[in-house]
Write a protein of this length. Structure first.
Length: 167
């Protein structure tokens, strides 16, 4: 117990945090998290659903930018399969990444580019910016909360949440 307390003090976390999160069995290093995030980005950009799903914990909780929630890796795959099939030409560009090794969390700022389906702009590149808040457990993504700006850009035009041109 003394050794656990020493480690907790060194990592600036309390024993109460350790007790609250007993299911966390294996912490991974900052370098390991960076490697996983690179694989995450590359799997998305290869449109490799199997590769993306491999990075998720079986008990994952995903909350999309529209507020919809999905619990469990199998359920998430079922929800994402049609999306991957319908949006094959997307690219996710990393804009910034913040890694919190102690709490096993990542903030991943991204820009999504894909062919627009907006009337009058069909097929043109649509750009949307957002942020994923990722929590890791046992080396896998256990929580994924996705947030996006309420605007998107097509051909230098900026559109608001209801797809109205913003001047």
């Amino acid at each position: 117990m003394q050794e656990v307390h020493k480690i907790c003090v060194e990592k600036q976390i309390g024993l109460d945090k350790l007790a609250d999160d007993q299911e966390t069995k294996r912490m991974i290093s900052r370098d390991d998290i960076r490697i996983l995030m690179n694989e995450w980005k590359h799997s998305w950009n290869r449109h490799d659903l199997d590769g993306v799903m491999e990075l998720f914990h079986d008990s994952v909780l995903f909350e999309n930018w529209d507020g919809k929630r999905v619990v469990g890796k199998k359920a998430l795959r079922k929800v994402w399969e049609p999306w991957f099939k319908q949006h094959g030409e997307f690219t996710i560009n990393e804009e910034d990444t913040f890694i919190d090794e102690i709490n096993q969390k990542v903030l991943f700022q991204w820009k999504l580019e894909w062919p627009s389906s907006l009337p009058g702009f069909e097929g043109k590149t649509e750009k949307r910016r957002g942020l994923d808040v990722l929590h890791f457990r046992d080396g896998k993504i256990f929580r994924k909360y996705t947030y996006t700006k309420t605007t998107l850009e097509i051909d230098g035009n900026v559109f608001g949440a209801a797809n109205h041109l913003v001047l």
